[in-house]
Write a protein that binds this ligand. Structure first.
Ligand SMILES: Cc1cc2nc3c(=O)[nH]c(=O)nc-3n(C[C@H](O)[C@H](O)[C@H](O)COP(=O)(O)O)c2cc1C
Ligand SMILES: [Mn+2]
Length: 321
C-alpha cells in the first residue's frame, strides 16, 4: 500500500526504531544541520531525526529520512532498491526497440504506466491553512546548513528538499524538479535550476514569450513523490506519473490557490508564486554535496503570492554532504 503522506512514512520509520525524536529546542540555523551531519555519517547512516521543537517556528523538522539503504528501500516500498531498477527495465522491454531515450519517451503510452496518471482532486490536506494576504516564509523552520551559506544580507536559509512545479507554456506539460531554494526574505527566494534542467527550459520559453511564469514549491509528500522530483527523467515523462508508478497508486494533485499549477495534494507545505522573465539576483553560496561551496551566481527570482500548508505540518530537510 502506498504511503498517503510523509507522516505515514515517518510513523513507519518510528515503529521500526529507525527514527529518533529530539525533544529539546534546536536552532534551525546550523544546529539541525550539524546534528544531522554527524548522524548521517555514523555507521549505516544512523537514524532519521525528528526535531520536535525548533527555535522561532511552530513546526517540527525531520532530516536524514533517506540516509540509508534500508530507509530508502522502505521509502520506495521494495525489499532491495535494485528491485525498482528491475521494474523499470521490464517496462522498457515492452517498448519497441529504439534508442534508450526514445524508449523512455514511449513509457507514458504503455498500459502499465497509464494506470498511474495523476488524479486531480478538490479538497487537499496541503490547503488546510491558506496564507494569502501576508505570506511569510520566516514562519517556517527552513534550515541554514553551513556557515558560509547565503549572502551578508540574508540568514543563509535554503529549502533543501523542494519540489518545484512548473508548466511548459507551449505544450502545457508539467514538470517537477528538485532545485534548492535560497530564502532572501519573507516573500522572495532564488530559483537554482541549472540551465539544462526542465524548469530552466520552461523559464526560457516564458522569457521568449515575455510572460510572467507561475511556479509552486511543494515541500514534503510521500517518499516516492519526493524521490521523483530528483530523478533525471526525460522531459516527456511527468515526474508525478513516474511517482505513481513507483508507489503503484496515482498521485493526487490539487490546483494552487493563486495559479493553475498543480501540486501533490498531500504536500506538507506549498509556496505559490511567479518568476518575472529576465529578473535575476545573486544566489548562494551554498555548501554543496561535493564537499565545497558552490559559488554565488545570478539566478532567477521567485516571488511568493500565497503559502498553504497542513495544520500539523512537518518540514523535511536534508543537509547535503
Ligand atoms: C537534495 C537535492 C538537491 C538538488 N539541488 C539541485 C539544484 O539546486 N539545482 C539543480 O539544477 N538540480 C538540483 N538537484 C538535481 C535535480 O533535482 C535533478 O537533476 C532533477 O532531475 C531535476 O529535474 P528535471 O530533470 O525535471 O529538471 C538536486 C537533487 C537533490 C537530490
Ligand atoms: Mn523533468
Amino acid at each position: 500500500m502506498a504511503y498517503n503522506d510523509l507522516k505515514e512514512f515517518i510513523d513507519l520509520l518510528e515503529s521500526k526504531g529507525l527514527l529518533k525524536r529530539i525533544k529539546v529546542e534546536v536552532d534551525p540555523i546550523l544546529e539541525i544541520a550539524e546534528i544531522t551531519d554527524r548522524m548521517s555519517k555514523s555507521p549505516g547512516g544512523g537514524s532519521a531525526l525528528y526535531f520536535e521543537k525548533v527555535k522561532g517556528s511552530a513546526y517540527p523538522v525531520v532530516t536524514n529520512l533517506f540516509g540509508s539503504f534500508e530507509r530508502m528501500a522502505l521509502a520506495l516500498q521494495v525489499k532491495d532498491i535494485n528491485d525498482v531498477a528491475a521494474r523499470i527495465r521490464d517496462l522498457m522491454n515492452q517498448a519497441p526497440p529504439k534508442t534508450l531515450m526514445e524508449k523512455l519517451a514511449m513509457l507514458p503510452q504503455l498500459f502499465e504506466f497509464s494506470k498511474f496518471i495523476p488524479k486531480k482532486i478538490k479538497n487537499a490536506p496541503c490547503q488546510e491553512i491558506i496564507e494569502k494576504n501576508a505570506p511569510d516564509l520566516s514562519k517556517f523552520p527552513v534550515i541554514k546548513c553551513w556557515p558560509g551559506d547565503g549572502q551578508q544580507t540574508d540568514e543563509g536559509r535554503f529549502i533543501t528538499l523542494p519540489m518545484v512545479f512548473t508548466k511548459d507554456p507551449e505544450t502545457g506539460r508539467p514538470n517537477c524538479g528538485m532545485y534548492r531554494i535560497h530564502i532572501y526574505d519573507k516573500t522572495t527566494t532564488g530559483m537554482h535550476w541549472h540551465i539544462h534542467k526542465d524548469g530552466a527550459r520552461h523559464y526560457d520559453k516564458y522569457k521568449a514569450l515575455h510572460q510572467r511564469m507561475p511556479a509552486a514549491i511543494a515541500v514534503g509528500s510521500d517518499p516516492a513523490v519526493i524521490y521523483a522530483a530528483s530523478a533525471p527523467l526525460p522531459e516527456a515523462i511527468d515526474e508525478m506519473l513516474f511517482a505513481g508508478f513507483l508507489r503503484e497508486k496515482p498521485v493526487e494533485m490539487v490546483k494552487c490557490i493563486t495559479s493553475d499549477i498543480e501540486v501533490p495534494a498531500n504536500s506538507e507545505m506549498v509556496v505559490e508564486g511567479y518568476l518575472e522573465p529576465g529578473e535575476s539576483r545573486i544566489e548562494g553560496p551554498f555548501g554543496d554535496h561535493t564537499g565545497f561551496y558552490s559559488a554565488a551566481d545570478e539566478y532567477p527570482v521567485f516571488h511568493v503570492t500565497c503559502i498553504t500548508h497542513k495544520k500539523q505540518m512537518i518540514y523535511p530537510a536534508t543537509s547535503l554532504i
